[in-house]
Every structure is written in C-alpha cells, then in structure tokens.
Ligand binder design. Structure first.
Ligand code: SAM
Length: 223
C-alpha cells in the first residue's frame, strides 16, 4: 500500500491486493448497499447478449456478478473471464462451476485476446484505471478479438468533470513514474467525450449509449 502524501490522503493499493482483500464483502456491497444501480446495469448488459450459444470475453470479471443474468439467458455460452484477483476468480469458479467458463488470472493487457474469436467482449466497472494510450491499445485488441458485427459492451465509471479527469490523469502519471510496471487501484474515470474518442480511434463503427446516471454509463460499441 502506498501513501501519496502531498498528492492526496488516499492510501493506494495494488489492484490485485485491493480486490483480494475485499472478496468477502464484494458481492454484498455490489448487489445491495454500495452500488444501488448495479443490478440494473447487469440486467441491461445481459439484454444485449443473444440467447443463442455464443462466445464471450469478460474483462475484469471479478466474482462474475454480470454473468448471472447472461447465463440464465444463454447457459450454453462459452465464457472466458480474465481478472488479476485470484480470490475474486476463486469465488467465480465456485458459483459457476456447472457452466462452460474458463478463467485467466492475469493482467488483461498481457493476455493474447486473439482475432475474430468473440461474439461479445464485456466489461463492467473495470476499465476506469487506465490512461488514454493504454486504453487505446486495449480497445484495438478488443476490436480485433471480436467477430464481424461483434459488440464491445462497456459499463463503466464515466464523469462529466473534465478538470477532475485531467487532475486524476496527472496523479496517475506521477504514481506510474514512481512505481513503474505496478498496477494500482486508482480511479481515473474518463469524460464521455474522451471515452468515445478512444473507441472511434480503436476502429469501432457505432457507439450507442444505452444507460447513464451521474457516475456510470453503458456504451455498446459495434465492430
Ligand atoms: C470493480 S471490479 C468489477 C468486477 C465485476 N465486473 C463486477 O462488475 O462486479 C473490477 C475488477 O477488475 C479487475 N481488474 C482491474 N484491472 C485489471 C487488469 N488490468 N487485468 C485484469 N483484471 C483487472 C479487478 O481485479 C477487479 O476484480
């Protein structure tokens, strides 16, 4: 855990340690008290998944909360789940042991995502920790990993305040300079404008915003 001292009073933890140490309370917080709109988001995400057997990649799947509705709708689907937190993945594996799910305990920036592999790439509340150049790299790889007309469904923390956005970018850059190669749990939500710019630059042809509240938006990006 690091303390940013003059930058801010937050204690910042490594990404995997942050989630490993919260695994026992994670589902309860995200299903009930902490994020009241979480269930609504997951229901919306599942609406865009076909009920036919399909192949899905889940980036930052955590304990797999978003898979519950998807698997009710499409129980035969093959799902590849990537997450840095071993403990979150262990919980997911127990919950969904009867389904066709492969878990990968790695940084999704380091995993080969393939070409024309997936009908859907989904990500729920997992991509608001990366700088623009990092996201661009990842989104391009997501684009190639999708089949023609495949969808990248991203439900994430997105803000309106561009000053806050830039302030957080600068803070993360300082952290990265001080601790190169380490991945910390530090939120840098994008504005919708910047998020759309990166998606377009990655090659996606259409972007539909299908949900928004003050903190979260769901963008459906079509290859
Ligand atoms: C807020 S949780 C969301 C989990 C789940 N999608 C949900 O909505 O409940 C974010 C997850 O993304 C994972 N994560 C963040 N960055 C990652 C990375 N670079 N590679 C793999 N997993 C990552 C974290 O370990 C964590 O489990």
């Amino acid at each position: 855990m690091i303390n940013l001292n003059s930058m801010e009073s937050d204690k910042i933890e490594l990404m995997n340690q942050y989630f490993d140490s919260r695994v026992d309370v994670y589902d309860e917080i995200h299903q009930q008290t902490g994020i009241s709109w979480g269930k609504q988001i997951r229901d919306i995400v599942s609406k865009y998944i076909s009920s036919q057997k399909c192949k899905i990649l889940d980036l930052g799947c955590g304990t797999g909360l978003e898979l519950e509705e998807i698997l009710k709708k499409s129980p035969e689907s093959e799902i590849v789940c990537i997450d840095l937190s071993k403990e979150m993945l262990k919980k997911l594996e127990i919950k969904y042991r009867d389904y066709n799910i492969k878990t990968i305990n790695q940084n999704f920036f380091d995993v080969e995502l393939g070409n024309d592999e997936y009908d859907y790439v989904i990500s729920v509340m997992a991509l608001h920790h990366f700088l623009e150049k990092e996201k661009l790299l990842l989104y391009k790889r997501i684009f190639y990993s999708l089949k023609a007309n495949g969808l990248f469904i991203n439900s994430d923390y997105i803000i309106d305040d561009s000053n806050y956005e830039l302030e957080r970018f600068e803070q993360l850059k300082k952290i990265q300079k001080e601790y190169p190669g380490q991945l910390f749990h530090f939120d840098i939500p994008f504005t919708e404008e910047r998020e759309r710019k990166v998606i377009v630059e990655s090659g996606f042809s259409t972007i539909d915003k299908v949900y928004e509240n003050k903190k979260t938006k769901i963008l459906i990006n079509k290859k």
